[in-house]
Design a binder for this molecule. Structure first.
Ligand SMILES: [Zn+2]
Length: 88
């Protein structure tokens, strides 16, 4: 099946991907909804972003039920086919 082969070839984002985009990493606590930026300056580029959650504990409630995701909020979404900013 072509679809499953394509899915297998994909890999989760690592810190190198995040750094190339000039983005950071956010951690969310599933227990109390506290969130914070994760300081990962000292970690290698091949660190898988979602694996960081195993090392984290919520600084507010102490839970280890943490979700980690790349913070792409610095990137501007573009519509398909959009190349230039529309002039007013
Ligand atoms: Zn918490």
């Amino acid at each position: 099946m072509v679809e499953s082969i394509r899915l297998k070839a994909e890999r989760p984002a690592n810190l190198g991907d995040v750094r190339r985009l000039g983005s950071g990493v956010q951690a969310w606590c599933n227990a109390c909804r506290h969130w914070a930026q994760v300081p990962c300056d000292n970690l290698p580029d091949d660190t898988i972003v979602i694996h960081l959650s195993r090392r984290l504990r919520c600084s507010r409630c102490g839970s280890k039920n943490i979700e980690v995701r790349p913070d792409y909020s610095n990137l501007t979404p573009k519509l398909p086919g959009e190349r230039k900013k529309a002039k007013p």
